[in-house]
Unconditional design. Structure first.
Length: 105
């Protein structure tokens, strides 16, 4: 029981630290083209998919650089708020499991 609680605490610390770490990293952390193409659509067919550039766009939007974010992928307008909502849901769920917040009945 005690081990499970410590795992939940570590999980919560990781959740809370993630946006801070992304904020500390420079906004152009993922901008450089290293030659390694992870997207199967670009690798095999040399065609960009709807997700291409999303990591870079999210990182720029996280740093409030709207024009750069939209340059990399317009879909960031939908994806970034979804990521925030999902992150808040995970934090709330983690806090309720630790009995810090009351869980909904």
């Amino acid at each position: 029981m005690a081990t499970s609680r410590w795992i939940q605490i570590i999980w919560l610390i990781g959740l809370l630290a993630t946006p801070l770490v992304l904020w500390i990293l420079p906004s152009n952390q993922f901008d450089s083209e290293t030659g390694l193409i992870m997207c199967p659509s670009r690798r095999f067919f040399d065609v960009e998919c709807y997700g291409c550039g999303m990591t870079r766009a999210v990182m720029h939007l996280h740093h409030l650089e709207w024009s750069d974010a939209l340059f990399f992928n317009y879909g960031v307008i939908i994806v970034y708020p979804g990521l925030i909502i999902f992150w808040l849901w995970l934090v709330r769920r983690s806090l309720s499991q630790l009995a810090i917040l009351p869980s909904k009945a």
